[in-house]
Design a protein around this ligand. Sequence first.
Ligand SMILES: Nc1ncnc2c1ncn2[C@@H]1O[C@H](COP(=O)(O)OP(=O)(O)OP(=O)(O)O)[C@@H](O)[C@H]1O
Ligand SMILES: O=P(O)(O)OC[C@H]1O[C@H](OP(=O)(O)OP(=O)(O)O)[C@H](O)[C@@H]1O
Ligand SMILES: [Mg+2]
Length: 285
Amino acid sequence: MKIAVPNKGRLQQPALQLLSSVGIKPLSSDERALILPTSWEGVQLVLTRTEDIPSLVENGAAEVGITGIDYVMESRADVEELIKLDFGRARISLAVPSSWDIDDLSQLKREIRIATKYYNIAQDYVRRKGINAKIIKISGAAEVMPSLGASDAIIDVVSTGTTLKLHGLKEIDKIMDTYAVVIGNKSWMKGEEAERINLVLTMIKGALNARGKKMVFMNVSDKDLERVINALPAMLAPAVSKLSKSDAWEVITVVEEVYLPEVIAKAASAGARDIVVVGIEKVIR
Ligand SMILES: Nc1ncnc2c1ncn2[C@@H]1O[C@H](COP(=O)(O)OP(=O)(O)OP(=O)(O)O)[C@@H](O)[C@H]1O
Ligand SMILES: O=P(O)(O)OC[C@H]1O[C@H](OP(=O)(O)OP(=O)(O)O)[C@H](O)[C@@H]1O
Ligand SMILES: [Mg+2]
């Protein structure tokens, strides 16, 4: 099977890291190679532009791909959104010069020219909102267009808002949220690679579920057992097993990393001893 991954840009490293965490590591270190065999037999990585990945997956050049949901929308590719990822998070917004001194769409009176690399998203948006606009398709650096006089406004990616501010622009309407996604070809489930693809997807979900979670082991004497268990969160309920050579128990539970200090403090004051914390690689549900 082939997995399409960005060949550059901000999604490339997190996408490769995610795949690497499930054991899919490129075997070749040749930076110019665009199709790479991996440590997982039968799985190849195809390195292409982030914005081309939706159509490559739609037409079956790769069964699965990692890209941004903004490019999926823009391309109008008929693909399946399989897994929402926790990187590449931002929003696509309409921004106008701060000097216009307006706060929302209703204050836009005359026709405006909007520069954007998201031509289709922009067309759909202005139609839906009834905005009188001419969309100017560009390939990047949208923020500079109004100061060049090439457009009045822009539709572009906004995260912290720093780039807009730097260019004297102001966000007046959010069009959509964007994030990285794993997408799949619509007929992949029927193909001969279905089993392998399913396993890869299960492992990716497992790695995502495990993020930020720790496994905690502790020894607890018989008399403290109930108090310790009441102090613990768990995915279902803490596991408890009898220690072989003493009148005590081992308690095992899964804890969100952010709650770890609080949970350890509570467990220790309830009588838990020899508390061991270990990382979790996958949680398969
Ligand atoms: N500032 C940002 N914060 C989070 N995600 C972003 C940001 N800018 C862009 N993205 C998202 O990352 C993905 C790739 O973005 P983009 O096409 O801009 O590539 P890039 O990483 O900037 O590389 P280049 O612009 O050089 O091609 C897109 O889905 C986009 O929505
Ligand atoms: O709201 P901010 O936090 O400023 O982020 C938004 C900026 O981030 C992206 O650019 P990127 O950093 O990817 O550079 P690029 O222009 O090379 O794509 C995007 O194109 C915006 O310009
Ligand atoms: Mg960019």
